[in-house]
Design a protein around this ligand. Sequence first.
Ligand code: PEP
Ligand code: MN
Length: 360
Amino acid sequence: MLIIMRTNATPEQVSRVVARLEKNDLQAHLSRGEERTVIGVVGDIRHLIPDRFARLPGVERIMSISRPYKLASREFIPKNSSFPLDGVTIGGEGIVLIAGPCSVESRSQLLETAHAVREAGAHALRGGAFKPRTSPYAFQGLGEKGLELLAEAREVTGLPIVTEVMSPEQVPLVASYADVLQIGARSMQNFPLLHAAGKSQRVVLLKRGPSATIDELLMAAEYILSHGNRRVILCERGIRTFTRTTRNTTDINAIPALKARTHLPVILDPSHSTGHWEYVAPVARAGIAAGADGLIIEVHNNPEDAFSDGGQSLKPERFAELVRQVRVIATAVGRHVTQPRTAMNPRRENAVTSHVDAIR
Ligand code: PEP
Ligand code: MN
């Protein structure tokens, strides 16, 4: 349910509505637009009498949200939401590029790759320290040692780091190193993990499950948003279909379909969606043409020797070429690739400065 406040509603009137909702065990999520404040009501509203709220001072009208996800919906926040990640805006006009190895393997591998992707224009460094592997015998990641190496790479390149967290218990540890918590495709419906990531208030990169529908992805995002954490990036990373020609099938349709339904930023991972380095650039270009707000790309200084996903990892020079191509496609669709931060600034805390505020 949405409570639309009048354009001239006072902060006291807004607070009064919020207090009344909280008294009824409901959550109030505020969206402060340029003209008016909209209150998203979340919780069990079956016994709520909308008329009682409609009569409160400052309230213009009550609307229901037709979608099963509420806070993620464009009905709640019609404009694209955007937020800063270490000085770079995610979800704005500019396109952002996250790049780096599938797994953190060693200091030299990570630092060499990190410097190369930064040179090429990446805005953030990816790399898994805790790896979800199909086989329990495959390389599982370096764990905390990997997080330490990522922190060192951030220190020397200035790039914020994106890394996967696999369980709710791991969230405090990973959040103490990472700028962005990645929730992997296999964990998209790990509900305790979604709750913990929401509570952490870190930026979350949520990947679509290999067999998840668009609505299921948005419902997963809703878990994170329900904790007042508005900084969620959605990622299409390919779905499981009958074809075995590619590792997954890139659901390009998901990009405009998500953008139509949600205000959250949407990025594409053409590395996992194709599984072949040769297809990464063409599909990345298609993603940008389809309206993605960014890309996450696997890049390795020496893909032949990679511990995981070498076959889909780009060599640094190929990534640099891809960045040049993406710039051209971005311009063709009226956008641009965000200027990378050149200064090696020390890390800053990420503040929410989007046009919306969370009040819980
Ligand atoms: C990854 O990013 O390395 C990864 C494991 O991705 P996904 O969860 O999309 O398979
Ligand atoms: Mn990978």
